[in-house]
Design a protein around this ligand. Structure first.
Ligand code: SER
Length: 325
């Protein structure tokens, strides 16, 4: 991984990955792209940035060739709840964008590295819900999940048939303070911190007792970098490794926040669509293959992540002049 093109670079993962790779590889070795180009944005301003619609194959290929990249990190996609509102468009964007990315990688030549995230959403309600195995039935019931399973298969196909060095992880819900996620089911676990600091209360759209896997963004970024740098011969699975750092239900993250902000109150106003999506996903996934094949080791549990999120967000609110208390 020497010269990297990132799509969806303004998103929750992309903005932090771009910053990390600019630090690791050098500013000129990272080409951040997104469909929009906002003013006053660090991802746009602190390095190379290009506007790219991943559905436009010619521009995608032209950009990858022009910058002579050896790695594509394809993050542009709709998340689960938005995909459920616009399923046909979700298929078009998630699969069309991925197909274009893989074709660009194939066109660039053998050995090009390619990463596109999969998700816990790739599993459906008939998979074992606890410690869900790496290799088991995958019958997702959401459009997002359908695109993730299909994406995993497509990435394996491009590896086996064309030698594209495809690698991926099934991300759980990602918790971060820099850029908010948009349109996901696990977003409640980010929203709750904003509301806890601003209003000392949160109305959860996910019901009590609903367990989902989660991970702090620093661990997610480390996972991408570690997997992309892993020795290819050790990778049996490739697309896509289960990874997780914690599994909790809304009342447990609420309790962790209340320990630090005693006035905090949790209420529930369950959204049937996102609740249905959450119930179709595992409670917790087994990630021993990622541990065995590339030494995956997350370092944030619920307690450490809660400390970090509250501290970072409080600072962010102070800097941005937002009212935190
Ligand atoms: N965080 C994602 C979502 O909720 C899951 O991959 O859609």
């Amino acid at each position: 991984m020497k010269r990297v093109l990132i799509t969806g670079a303004l998103g929750q993962i992309g903005s932090e990955l771009t910053e990390r790779l600019r630090r690791d590889l050098g500013v000129d070795s990272v080409i951040a792209t997104d469909i929009r180009k906002p003013d006053n944005n660090p991802t746009v301003e602190n390095g190379q940035f290009e506007t790219l619609d991943v559905q436009d194959y010619d521009s995608f290929l032209d950009m990858a060739k022009r910058y002579e990249v050896d790695t594509i990190i394809h993050l542009a996609a709709l998340l689960s709840a938005t995909a459920e509102q616009r399923p046909a468009f979700a298929w078009q964007l998630n699969m069309g964008g991925l197909m274009n990315g893989l074709e660009v990688a194939r066109e660039l030549g053998e050995g090009i590295k390619f990463f596109a995230p999969s998700s816990i959403a790739a599993y459906g309600p008939d998979a074992e819900p606890d410690s869900t195995p790496q290799d088991t039935v995958m019958h997702p019931t959401t459009m997002y999940g359908v695109t993730k399973v299909a994406g995993e298969l497509l990435e394996n196909y491009y590896h086996d048939k064309y030698g594209v060095d495809t690698r991926s992880v099934r991300f759980p819900g990602l918790i971060s303070y820099k850029v908010e996620p948009g349109g996901g089911t696990t977003d409640y676990a980010v929203d709750i911190f904003y509301e806890a600091l601003k209003n000392k209360s949160y109305k959860s759209f996910i019901a009590e007792g609903t367990y989902m896997d989660m991970m702090y963004m620093d661990d997610a970024i480390d996972a991408i970098v570690d997997l992309m740098n892993a020795d290819s011969d050790r990778l049996d699975h490739r697309n896509a490794f289960n990874i997780t750092a914690m599994s909790f239900a809304p009342e447990e993250i609420a309790a962790a926040i209340k320990k630090r902000i005693p006035e905090f109150e949790m209420h529930y106003e369950v959204d049937p669509v996102r609740q249905g999506i959450a119930e179709s996903w595992p409670n917790s996934i087994d990630c021993h293959c990622a541990v065995d094949e590339w030494n995956f080791t997350p370092s944030y549990d619920l307690e450490r992540m809660t400390d970090e999120m509250l501290m970072r967000l409080e600072k962010k609110f102070e800097t941005e002049g937002m009212v935190a208390k």
